[in-house]
Every structure is written in structure tokens, then in C-alpha cells.
Design a binder for this molecule. Structure first.
Ligand code: ATP
Length: 914
């Protein structure tokens, strides 16, 4: 047990030093203890997945019936039926297998990482490679990757609600506890599955994988349920409806057949085959494959969807609420303007290189100026970022805002690495989005830097109005003076002036502390932040530029064209935020900007009335995001919201689409999200929306294709039996049609590229569902047409007195060809295939060619003629069938042309780009 030992003995027992484990030792331990993983969710075995394809009652009946018919002497028929069913099953197995793979891929891509110290250096490794003895670094928002004993902490608090159900964060300490301390009170331990709610620390891993406290619990919790997408659910319902309708029709037809004198058993077999063919059981799997393919494409566009249903939601997004820093902007900060001693200074230099000068109205300003030095000292000490040279290039570590300050100070000759040694940090109050500032306690005695006070000093930095509010004095003209309201006003003016130029402004202050204030008590939260951060001495301002991301402007315009509203939500100053929002095209003429406190003063009704006009929220807390989501949702909008911090998690969960940042986001925010941006870029959200829309369009199209083909088949059979007492298709032929129409073409349709104007259409109405009246009418219409073609061939063949085998072969072939033409129709429900480009969906071209070759084999190769009851067709037969089948395509092209949906949008595109 490690909680009751001093840190030294814990280190000794676990065989580790402050340098962490060596890589070799870690390797050895990994072999000994195994990977740091909770028991794997049971994988669906390939065999089980395969067998499950044949579990449907109808298929079992069909197979049994064909076995019986084999016993009765119809051997070939039975073999063909079983073979066809087997082939169809294999095909749908392949689809489900791919769907499973898509889900697995998602899981592997979202596997977490941990920061460890190994061989004396800090690095990120996959959490599953952690071993007992590893030293791990914990930061706010991190998911704790293993059970560990805390060895260093600054205000470390963890959220253990996943273990205990208790939602108040637990304060952690490093002190050894009495042996009898119950597990729940061992506050020097952190546990797998919990997360860092506040502060930071370092801990040594004591248990991994199933040996952790959570591991035991995971065993109890069992496997996690596989979630189904709403789309799959609604398709299941839809499928069931069609299934029942089909069964009724089929039963009716079969009974009629018997009454007309067909043998009872033949009719039974035939009826079951028709039912198997007409019921769209494969649909949910095909949809999953469609969604899975979308997920893969989105990964290439830097959006990692964590849950399949999100793909559907993405396509329907009406509003995207985005953070500013890093998502809309580059998060590459450079300090451009400094304000000290009431004067504005320009800073030169680019990038992170610490070379640059200071200018006051075109005159070089001395870096040795005591005010500048005092400002810089606070900026580097009250700072967690780092600046270092790697392979001759200056790089930063940590938060870019803080790094910019380190770079600026280095331009003035103050280097963080040296000063950290000279003026060690004794305590800290970490930054939080709510407080908008941070403070550190340092001992300032060595005085290599000119500084007005000595001893224990609190340095604070943060949002300028917050810092200014806490100041009662100012370091001005070499002295510490009272901060008069006039000077405060003057400083506020300077802040506004800087913010107007879209600069992010940070203010700095300090204060000597009485020696009796124990820094440990500050770090542990015993002395409140307010006690420390009061009566401060104002030292100056720094304004930094964070250029907008190049591609974001285009992406925002794309959203506007697509009927999607973009909203900026930021913790930054109102003026800075508005200036950047204007530059990006988010804040338009009649749009409003609202601050967090203005939002607080609005009642719900008042806010909802305005919400559509507000484009920028500034100085907000994460909690405000919830109100914004709520208001939009109440109005029926589908809302996407970005977030990165721990406190963003509730908003990410509440939004229809929670989007976390892959690079800067905390583990907690990632876990709460539906999608992660691997490049933190707003433009990737828009790319994902485009993919989402496209996938939905493809799914809708191949479902409509399915409706039309099945309707065609069932109608032909029904009418031929009712009108002519003829079986127009044999059971095996029906199964064959089903195999080839349900097989390859839908897969090819699911990879159809986006319509040209997919981002110029209004967002889809989510309430509509996948299959709307329009799809049903279109499906039934084309299905009816295919049936009509069948009847024309039927009467024509009867007129000529063709034998029944020839008549069936003709109808069989006609249906297959008609459906191949039909497959092209559903590449788009609004654009002509010619405007899409005949060969732009190559998989479809190959799928259709394969199908045609297979069909020709079935008609012309004697072995298959026997099996499928076909006869060879002559040229004159083809002269009838092909033109007829092509009307399926011509009719849809005409509908597309006359409905005008396609060219209306094309025109729109023209006027837009003009
Ligand atoms: P966004 O929400 O778009 O990411 P943001 O980064 O400005 O914007 P927060 O991180 O919540 O939002 O920061 C809010 C404010 O707190 C900033 O505008 C800045 O004034 C201040 N601030 C940011 N980072 C620090 C820091 N490391 N130390 C002190 N103050 C900070």
C-alpha cells in the first residue's frame, strides 16, 4: 500500500527516481504487467457475424423449403436457391464486417495518451503503455490514466464522480496517511477513470489495467452497449413496415397462385423467395457502411467522429458556435504593443525568435527601462510556458498566449529559464476561464533584474479589466503610487485602443506579501485567491496579435451559403472579439455582440428573441455556452458547439454536436464530445458538415433506389398473377435480382461524391426523417414504371406465343437491366447524370458492368440456363428490352429537368459567384 508511505519509500519500493523510469525498465515492466487496459469489450467474432446473416426467420424457412424440394426431386432448384441465399448472406456479412471495422477504427483512433517522465524527459505516450513506477504529469482536464500516488501538487483537485458518484472535486495532497484510512479518503492517491478538475501535479503509477480500482469496477460493469444510430432505428421501423406489407401481398399472391392451380409447395417456396427478396433487411448494415465510409473520409479532412450517429447530425447542423482562440485564429501569438508608464511601445520581430526591439513613436526605447523590466519579470515568472531552440529553430512549449509573453520578455533580455532558477516559484493560483487570471508567489531577492520590491512577491496576470479591478496602486515614473480613477480611465482607454486593433490584451500586476503568508497554504487553497490578489500594483499591458486562420474566412462564407449561422464564443475582450469577428465575416452589419454579463442580465424570453441576431459572445464563462445552446435548441435549431476545457464538458454534451479540440483540448472535453478536430481548425468543422450532408444524401438516395427496385419486382409479379395467371419470374430469378440489385450498386452509391451545390442548400430538417413523402413518391413512381415495362414485355411475348421460359427470361433480364439504369438515377435526386459526369462514380460503373456480365452468363451459359430456367435471347429480343429498360433512366432525367431543383441551385451559384 502506497498511501501510508512517505514519497521516498514509495519511490524506493517502485524502483523509480525523480528522473522517471528508463525506457528499458519500462519495456521490461510492460512485459511483466501487461498493457494498461481495462478488459476489452467482447469482440463480435467473425464466424458469429457470418452466421447471424442467416438468422432471419424467412431465410431459415427458405432454406428448409428448398431442402424439402430437393428431397422431392427438385435438386437443381434447391442448390441454386441455397447458393444465392449464401451469396447474398456473404455480401451482407461483408457489409457488416466493414461496419464493425469502422467502429473499431473509431475506437483505436480515440485511444488516450498520458504525459510521463521517462529517462529524465517529459513525453507523451499511449496510456496503455504505462507501467507501475511511471511518473505521470497531471494537468487540469486530464483523464487520469492509472492509479497513482501523488508526489507533487499545485492545487490539485480531481473529479472522482465516475468512481464514487460524488461530484464535488476532491482535494489531493502528497502527505502520507495513516494505514487505517479507508479507500475513499486516501487523498494522496488518484485513480484511473477519474479526471483532474483543477490545478496540476505529478504522481507515480502504482497500479495499471485491471489491477486498478476502476478495473475492478469495470469487471462489474461488464461490456458497454453498442449504440445504434437513430437512422438505423428509423430504418428498422421502416423496414418492418415494408416487411409486413410485403408479407401480406406475397401471401395473397401465393394463395391466388394455388387457387389458379399452381402446385402448393412450389407456390410456398416461390412466395418465401419473393418475401426474402422484397424485404430490405440489409438496409441498416448498408447504412452503417455508408456512415463508416463517411467517417473515414472525415478523418482525412481532420474531423474524427466519435459516434456514428453524429455523422447524421453533422449534416443537419444549423448553427456552429465556435471558440475563437486557436479554432478561428491560428493561436500563434506575438506581442505587438506594450503599455508601461502610460506610454505605448511597439515591439518588432516575428515568430518565436527572441529578437526584436521596442519603439516609442519611431524612437528606439531602451529595454533596460525599469518599468519594462518589472513588467517582463512578472510576465515570465507568472507563466507556465517555455521557449527553447530545437535544431536551430525557436519553439514553444505550453499555452501560446503565455509563450508570446516569454518571447517578448526575452526580447528585453529577460530569459525565463534563468529567472525561474533565480526567483523560484513557491506557490501558485492557477488560471481558470472563470477567474480569467492567474497568480504565482516567488521570492525576489537576488535582484539581477531591476524590480521595485523585494522578498515574497505575488505576480498576477490576466484579463485587463479583471487585473485593473484588483489594483489600488501603480508602478509609475519609478515609484509605486496610488492608482487614481483618472489614471484607471486612461489605462482603460489604452486597453480599448489595443483591442480595437484586434489585439488580445493581457494586464500584469504584483504585490509584496507579508512573510507570514505561507505559499504552501496558498497553493493548497487554504488562503483564498482573493486574499492574495487584492491591493495589487499595476505594472502594465501587453497586446498580442493572433492572426485569423487563412482558410476560416472561406469556410465562414461557405457556412453562410449553406444556411448555417456561425457564432463566435470567446473568453476574450468584447472589442478584440468583435474586431476579429468582423475581419472573418462572422459579425455582419446588423448583428449583435453580447458579453457574458450582458447575457446574465437578460431573461430567457428576451434572450431567445435576440439569439438569432447575436454573432459574438465575449468574456463568457463556459457555463454561458449552455444558455446559448438551450436558446437555439428551443427554437428548433441543430447546434454544434466547440470546447476545449474541463468546464466545457457540459456544453459539449448538451449540444447536438459537441466538438472538442484534438491538439489543445483536455481529455475530459474530448470524452464529452461527438467529434474531435485533429487540427483544431474551424474549417474542418465545415468540411465535416459537407461530408455529413453528402453521406445523408447518399443514404437517402440508395434507400430510394431500394424502394423503387423492390416495388418494381413485387408489382410485376402481382399484376401478372392477377391478370394473366402467369408466374413472370421464378423463385431463383427473384432471388438473383435481389442479390444483384441489393448487392453492389448501393455500395457504389454510398461513395458518390458530394453534389456540386451541396453547401448551397439549406440545412436538412431533422424532423423529416430519412424517407420523406418525396422519396416514397419517387420510389413508387420508378417502381411502377419498371412494372409497366414488365407488363409491356409480358403482353408482347404472349402475343408472339413465346414459351413460358422465354417469357420469364425476357422479364427477368428486363428487370435486371432496368434496375441498372435505375442505379444511375440515384446518384443524385436533383442533378442530371450528365451534369455529374457519366464516369465520375467509377465504382458504380464497375458494379453495373459486373452485373451485366453476370446476367449475360446466366442467360447464355448452358449450365446456368439450367439452374436459372433461362433460354438464350436473340438480337430482336434485345431490341425490345434495352430501349424499354432505358426509359427508367430517361424518365428520371426528365423529372429532374422539369422539377428544376438542380438548375435553380445552379443559377443561384452563378449569381453568387458573379
Ligand atoms: P476562446 O474562448 O476563444 O478560446 P480565450 O482563450 O480568450 O478565448 P479563455 O482561455 O477563457 O478564453 O481566456 C479568457 C481570458 O483570460 C483571456 O482573454 C485572457 O485575458 C485571460 N487569459 C488567458 N490565458 C491566460 C493565462 N494563461 N493567464 C492569465 N490570463 C489568461
Amino acid at each position: 500500500m502506497y498511501y501510508d508511505q512517505e514519497i521516498n519509500s514509495v519511490f524506493e519500493e517502485l524502483g523509480v527516481s525523480e528522473e522517471g523510469l528508463s525506457s528499458e525498465e519500462a519495456e521490461k515492466r510492460l512485459e511483466k504487467y501487461g498493457e494498461n487496459e481495462l478488459k476489452e469489450e467482447e469482440k463480435v467474432s467473425v464466424l458469429r457475424l457470418f452466421i447471424s446473416q442467416f438468422k432471419s426467420v424467412l431465410i431459415i424457412i427458405l432454406i428448409t423449403a428448398s431442402i424439402i424440394s430437393a428431397l422431392l426431386g427438385e435438386l437443381i432448384d434447391a442448390i441454386v436457391i441455397i447458393f444465392t441465399v449464401f451469396l447474398a448472406g456473404t455480401l451482407s456479412f461483408a457489409q457488416e464486417y466493414r461496419a464493425e471495422k469502422a467502429i473499431e477504427l473509431l475506437r483505436s483512433l480515440t485511444s488516450p495518451e498520458a504525459t510521463v517522465i521517462r529517462d529524465g524527459v517529459e513525453k507523451k505516450i499511449p496510456s496503455k503503455k504505462l507501467v507501475p513506477g511511471d511518473l505521470i504529469i497531471l494537468q487540469t482536464g486530464d483523464r487520469i490514466p492509472a492509479d497513482a500516488r501523488v508526489v507533487k501538487e499545485f492545487n490539485l483537485k480531481t473529479d472522482e464522480s465516475s468512481l464514487t458518484g460524488e461530484s464535488v472535486p476532491v482535494k489531493k495532497s502528497t502527505e502520507a496517511l495513516p494505514s487505517e484510512t479507508p479507500e475513499a479518503d486516501r487523498t494522496n492517491m488518484v485513480y484511473t477513470g477519474t479526471s483532474v478538475a483543477y490545478g496540476r501535479g505529478c504522481a507515480v503509477v502504482t497500479a495499471t489495467g485491471m489491477n486498478t480500482a476502476f478495473g475492478e469496477l469495470a469487471g462489474l460493469l461488464g461490456t458497454i452497449e453498442r449504440s445504434r444510430t437513430p437512422l438505423q432505428d428509423s430504418l428498422d421501423k421502416f423496414g418492418r413496415l415494408i416487411g409486413i406489407a410485403t408479407l401480406i401481398i406475397v401471401a395473397f399472391v401465393a394463395i391466388l397462385g394455388v387457387l389458379y392451380g399452381f402446385p402448393l409447395f412450389d407456390m410456398f417456396l416461390w412466395g418465401v423467395a419473393l418475401a426474402v427478396a422484397a424485404i430490405p433487411e440489409a438496409l441498416p448494415a448498408v447504412v452503417t457502411v455508408g456512415l463508416g465510409l463517411g467517417v473515414r473520409r472525415m478523418i482525412k479532412r481532420h474531423a474524427l467522429v466519435r459516434k456514428l450517429p453524429s455523422v447524421e447530425t453533422l449534416g443537419a447542423t444549423d448553427v456552429i458556435c465556435s471558440d475563437k482562440t486557436g479554432t478561428l485564429t491560428q493561436n500563434k501569438m506575438t506581442v505587438e504593443i506594450i503599455c508601461v508608464n502610460e506610454q505605448l511601445l511597439k515591439v518588432t520581430g516575428v515568430g518565436y525568435s527572441p529578437e526584436g526591439e521596442f519603439f516609442k513613436e519611431n524612437q528606439e526605447f531602451p529595454a533596460e527601462d525599469p518599468h519594462l523590466q518589472a513588467l517582463f519579470l512578472g510576465a515570465v515568472l507568472c507563466n507556465d510556458a517555455g521557449l527553447f531552440k530545437k535544431d536551430g529553430i525557436w519553439e514553444i512549449k505550453g499555452d501560446p498566449t503565455e509563450a508570446a509573453l516569454v518571447v517578448a520578455a526575452a526580447k528585453g533580455g529577460l530569459h525565463k529559464t534563468e529567472l525561474d532558477q533565480e526567483y523560484p516559484r513557491l506557490g501558485e493560483i492557477p488560471f481558470s476561464s472563470e477567474r480569467k487570471r492567474m497568480a504565482t508567489l516567488n521570492r525576489v531577492e537576488a535582484n539581477s533584474v531591476s524590480f521595485p520590491v523585494n522578498g515574497l512577491v505575488a505576480f498576477s496576470k490576466g484579463a485587463p479589466e479583471v487585473i485593473l479591478e484588483s489594483c489600488t496602486k501603480i508602478f509609475h515614473d519609478g515609484e509605486i503610487k496610488a492608482l487614481s480613477p483618472e489614471v484607471k480611465q486612461l489605462i482603460s482607454g489604452k486597453i480599448r485602443e489595443m483591442a480595437d486593433q484586434a489585439l488580445r490584451v493581457m494586464a500584469f500586476s504584483f504585490r509584496p506579501l507579508a512573510e507570514d503568508i505561507s505559499p504552501e497554504k496558498v497553493s493548497s487553497g487554504e488562503r483564498t485567491a482573493e486574499e492574495i490578489e487584492e491591493d495589487m500594483i499595476f505594472s502594465g499591458l501587453m497586446g498580442m496579435r493572433d492572426p485569423p486562420r487563412e482558410e476560416v474566412k472561406v469556410a465562414i462564407q461557405k457556412c453562410a451559403d449553406a444556411g448555417i449561422k456561425t457564432v463566435m464564443i470567446t473568453g476574450d475582450h468584447k472589442i478584440t472579439a468583435s474586431a476579429i469577428a468582423k475581419e472573418l465575416g462572422i459579425l455582419k452589419e446588423n448583428d449583435l455582440t453580447l458579453t457574458g454579463s450582458e447575457l446574465d442580465s437578460l431573461g430567457d424570453a428576451e434572450f431567445e428573441e435576440k439569439v438569432e441576431r447575436i454573432s459574438v459572445y465575449a468574456r463568457v464563462y463556459p457555463a454561458h455556452k449552455l444558455r446559448v445552446i438551450d436558446a437555439f435548441k428551443k427554437k428548433g435549431y441543430v447546434v454544434a458547439m466547440t470546447g476545449d476545457g474541463v468546464n466545457d464538458a457540459p456544453a459539449l454534451k448538451a449540444a447536438d454536436m459537441g466538438i472538442a479540440m484534438g491538439i489543445t483540448g483536455t481529455d475530459v472535453s474530448k470524452e464529452a464530445s461527438s467529434m474531435i478536430l485533429t487540427d483544431d481548425n474551424f474549417a474542418s468543422i465545415v468540411a465535416a458538415v459537407e461530408e455529413g450532408r453528402n453521406i445523408f444524401k447518399n443514404i437517402r438516395n440508395f434507400i430510394t433506389y431500394g424502394i423503387s427496385t423492390h416495388t418494381g419486382e413485387v408489382l410485376i409479379v402481382l399484376i401478372a398473377i392477377l391478370g394473366w395467371q402467369i408466374l413472370p419470374l421464378l423463385a431463383v430469378q427473384i432471388l438473383w435480382i435481389n442479390l444483384i440489385t441489393d448487392g453492389l450498386p448501393p455500395m457504389a452509391l454510398s461513395v458518390e461524391p458530394p453534389d456540386l451545390n451541396i453547401m448551397r442548400q439549406k440545412p436538412r430538417n431533422v424532423k423529416e426523417g430519412v424517407v420523406t413523402r418525396r422519396e416514397i413518391i419517387a420510389g413508387l413512381g420508378i417502381g411502377g414504371l419498371i412494372a409497366l415495362q414488365g407488363l409491356i414485355v409480358l403482353t408482347w411475348a404472349l402475343d408472339r406465343g413465346f414459351p413460358i421460359e422465354k417469357l420469364q427470361t425476357l422479364i427477368f433480364t428486363l428487370v435486371v437491366f432496368s434496375e441498372m439504369f435505375n442505379a444511375f438515377n440515384w446518384r443524385s435526386d436533383r442533378y442530371s447524370v450528365f451534369s455529374l459526369g457519366l464516369f465520375t462514380n467509377k465504382p458504380l460503373v464497375y458494379a453495373v458492368m459486373t452485373t451485366i456480365i453476370l446476367q449475360l452468363i446466366v442467360i447464355y451459359v448452358p449450365f446456368f440456363q439450367n439452374a436459372f430456367g433461362t433460354v438464350p435471347l436473340s438480337l430482336s429480343d434485345w431490341e425490345v428490352i434495352l430501349p424499354l429498360a432505358s426509359t427508367t433512366f430517361i424518365a428520371m432525367e426528365l423529372v429532374k429537368y422539369f422539377s428544376g431543383r438542380g438548375h435553380k441551385e445552379n443559377k443561384y451559384e452563378k449569381t453568387k459567384s458573379d
